[in-house]
Design a protein around this ligand. Structure first.
Ligand SMILES: NC(=O)c1ccc[n+]([C@@H]2O[C@H](COP(=O)([O-])OP(=O)(O)OC[C@H]3O[C@@H](n4cnc5c(N)ncnc54)[C@H](OP(=O)(O)O)[C@@H]3O)[C@@H](O)[C@H]2O)c1
Length: 286
């Protein structure tokens, strides 16, 4: 049995879809918080179990009978709480006696400058200390983190950010989900660490130019000081933790933290990664 947490999430749901192309639905268990979104998973024919990362006993029950587990990292909360949540997932995987725990970490985890990186470093260490057979999926920065802003950029003729000329080897969520499904259904994965970046790097300037070229509308990138960008995002009504995540990430990107390409993702996929231009096209169609 393959268990996937965060299964109603944007990554987890796509992992389930890719798993369905590889194994029978009867071998897949989708785990998430009890919410109306979970009904969509049940329609896929997979078993749905509910667990809360904050309630270790629910993870123990949800992982019972699992051979392989994909522990999707927790989306929010203070760092210490998130590490504790992940530890609960590790403990539950150990208790289930899994042959493989896969964990979604962050690209270039040992030296990544983003504020989210320490949680992933601590979790990777906890996994190593546990002794559970594990594979680390150091997921690249989602291209969608930036292509999601294309609608507003078209509206105002300006793509805003604080990433300067920082280059980023982003990957599409779809590529990362497909890679996770391939790894979860492949043999010999325990002990491996994948750094799953896109094949090429791009800047927000280049993203704006691509949006302009594909849409036929004028869009340019405007680089703002971090404080100003934070204010713009707050004015747009984004939750404070999302504002912090976006601004912190851009500042780290400006320092070059994502200017780092590996061939891991394209090797796992057996094809080139989805280029930024295709992510732009998908965002324009959405
Ligand atoms: N690589 C990147 O660029 C990047 C950027 C940001 C974050 N991340 C990390 O990557 C993860 C997956 O990304 P994503 O786009 O799929 O995120 P997402 O869409 O926010 O999905 C997160 C999933 O976690 C579930 N969840 C939330 N709180 C939970 C709890 N207490 N117990 C159990 N499940 C809980 C959510 O359930 P509900 O839908 O019911 O709330 C959802 O299914 C994120 O959680 C985050 O750790 C990566």
């Amino acid at each position: 049995m393959i268990v996937v947490t965060g299964a109603t999430g944007q990554l987890g749901h796509q992992v389930i879809n890719h798993l369905l192309a590889r194994v029978p639905a009867s071998q897949i268990i989708a785990v998430d918080l009890e919410s109306p979104k979970a009904a969509e998973l049940a329609k896929l024919g997979v078993e749905v179990r509910f667990a809360d990362y904050n309630k270790p006993e629910t993870l123990m029950a949800a992982f019972a009978g699992a051979d392989r587990v994909l522990l999707v990292s927790s989306p929010s909360g203070p760092d210490a709480a998130r590490v504790a949540q992940h530890q609960a997932g590790i403990d539950a995987a150990m208790a289930a006696g899994v042959e493989l725990l896969a964990y979604t970490s962050v690209t270039h985890a040992p030296t990544n400058l983003m504020g989210m990186a320490p949680v992933h470093r601590d979790t990777e260490e906890a996994i190593a200390a546990s002794g559970v057979p594990a594979v680390i999926l150091r997921n690249g920065w989602y291209a969608e983190n930036h292509t999601n802003g294309i609608g507003a950029a078209l509206q105002y003729g300006a793509l805003l950010g604080s990433a300067g000329n920082g280059r980023m080897a982003s990957a599409s969520r779809a590529d990362l989900a497909e890679a996770a499904a391939i790894i979860l259904t492949s043999e010999g994965q325990a002990g491996k660490v994948y750094d799953l970046t896109g094949d090429t790097t791009w800047t927000l300037d280049e993203l704006a130019a691509e949006v302009a070229a594909q849409s036929g509308k004028p869009v340019t990138y405007t680089d703002l000081p971090a404080e100003e960008y934070r204010h713009v995002l707050q004015q747009a009504g984004l939750p404070e933790h999302i504002v912090e995540l976006i601004v912190d990430a851009d500042v780290a990107i400006a320092k070059g933290t994502l200017d780092y390409v590996t061939s891991d993702l394209s090797t796992v996929l057996g094809r080139p990664t989805t280029p930024m231009s295709a992510s732009v096209a998908a965002a324009l169609q959405a």
